[in-house]
Design a protein around this ligand. Structure first.
Ligand SMILES: [Zn+2]
Length: 453
């Protein structure tokens, strides 16, 4: 560990991870931090009264995506937005609509896979369940309708079990001597979650809902499973953090830290934004993902309701606003793996604890250009933070992220960056402690537009 300052940041990150067990919980945790620091919540269906030097946030109606910003005095047509974007979802197991299964006297839940998780890493892990549950509002047995929208009314509730509710058991090697060489795991037939040795399905379902503080009158749910595991700092030099969901909660966390710090100064001239978006792992084409209109609509609303625009009584031109904006798309990067050295181009091997990684791909799987790379390099120099490069091998495929999707939605200059990590999409991922500090510094310099004191 480098300094006591980065120790504090690591401790904060471990705490952040503890509460962020689903995208709903991440948005709730971020919301709580923002409110604590004086941010005001805005809603898309009511009028915005914005003040320069103040800070605000908007949650998507699905509560899995959040956008927060500080409003500077500068004309947005001239200066654009400074944006950092990351994602709130991670590869996980989601409960199917009718998940209950009984096999002999064993009670199981059958899940579906969200994103491309590494199946075998989910076996033999204690799993907790978390997310949102919904109930249809009724009066004397009749469905209640909203007087304005004339849609049925629902109650939603954020829930999480405080203990592991099940496990996906491995098969003993004695029962399959080819275990270490046999083929892939079938997620349909080999990943049911063993939850109880009760022979009564009715009791099983009751006890499942009671672990979430519910009766069995839940009408709908978005529930995911995650390893019931406290993140740990490991290594003889205590330089690594192991745990679930670094992808992409590490970048969400440092983005939030930078926003909170930079927005303490109400004399900032520029408007800066943090967007934490759902559904990156499934391609971002959802109501609140990077491919939706939500992000763009929020930014346009900010510019339309900026006190300058209201005073000048002419709506600002979105083309100017976005072409003058700069977006940092922040998502994790593949670190050099000591046992799989050939997986990296020898000139592009990001190392743990050696700084931010800029990611580039000529087929636009990443949005980085020569110009946006140079701009980011300058920010790193200003923050005295090292910068590394990642380009995939030409004989291998390349991942992608929200960078190209947001760049094409907004038409703004975008760079794709991240922190080096091992085991991306494993149930347990490993990253470097020092890197959190590096990223927080660069992001703060970006928002403030000046050197840190
Ligand atoms: Zn990611």
């Amino acid at each position: 560990m480098s300094t006591s300052k980065s120790q504090t940041l690591v401790d904060k990150y471990l705490k952040f991870q503890e509460t962020c067990v689903s995208p709903f919980h991440t948005v709730q945790t971020v919301k709580n931090s923002l409110i604590q620091q004086g941010f005001t919540e805005l809603s898309l269906d009511s009028k915005w009264n914005l003040d320069i030097g103040e800070k605000y946030f908007i949650r998507h109606r699905d509560k899995k995506t959040i956008l927060a910003f500080y409003l500077g005095e500068q004309n947005l047509e001239t200066t654009g937005f400074k944006i950092i974007a990351a994602h709130t979802d991670s590869p996980t197991l989601k409960m199917k609509l009718n998940p209950w299964k009984q096999n002999k006297d064993l009670s199981l839940i059958c899940p579906q896979t969200h994103g491309s998780l590494i199946y075998r890493t989910w076996l033999d892990q204690p799993l907790k369940v978390a997310g949102m549950v919904y109930k249809i509002k009724k009066h004397q047995g009749k469905v209640l309708f909203d007087s304005l929208s004339s849609l049925p009314k629902l109650d939603s509730q954020l829930v999480a079990s405080d203990h592991a509710v099940g496990i996906i058991p491995e098969l003993a090697i004695h029962l399959d001597r080819n275990k270490n060489t046999s083929g892939p795991i079938n997620p349909e037939t080999q990943m049911d979650i063993l939850c109880s040795t009760s022979h009564s399905q009715e009791n099983f379902i009751k006890s499942f809902w009671s672990s979430l503080g519910q009766n069995d009158d839940v009408d709908g749910f978005d529930l995911t499973f995650s390893p019931h595991f406290k993140h740990q700092v490991v290594g003889l030099d205590q330089s690594l953090i192991i745990g679930p969901r670094h992808d992409d909660l590490a970048m969400s966390f440092v983005g939030l830290e930078a926003l909170l710090k930079a927005s303490k100064n109400n004399k900032n001239k520029n408007t800066f934004v943090l967007g934490l978006l759902d559904a990156e792992e499934t391609g971002s084409q959802t109501a609140s993902g990077a491919g939706s209109a939500f992000f763009r609509d929020c930014l346009l609303n900010i510019s339309l309701n900026h006190p300058r625009s209201l005073k000048e009584k002419s709506p600002p031109d979105p083309v100017n606003i976005f072409s003058n904006s700069y977006l940092i798309s922040a998502d994790m990067a593949h670190a050099f793996h000591p046992s799989h050295q050939s997986k990296h181009d020898t000139n592009h091997r990001p190392m743990l604890n050696q700084g931010l990684v800029v990611k580039e791909n000529t087929n636009d799987r990443y949005a980085t250009t020569g110009e946006t790379h140079s701009m980011f390099k300058a920010l790193c120099q200003e923050a005295s933070v090292p910068l590394q490069n990642y380009v995939n091998r030409q004989d291998m495929g390349c991942g992608s992220t929200i960078g190209p999707i947001l760049a094409s939605q907004l038409g703004c200059n975008t760079v794709d960056v991240g922190l080096a990590m091992l085991g991306m999409h494993s149930s347990m991922e490993t990253m470097g402690c020092k890197d959190l500090d590096y990223a927080a510094k660069v992001f703060e310099v970006f928002y403030r537009g000046s050197r840190l004191n």
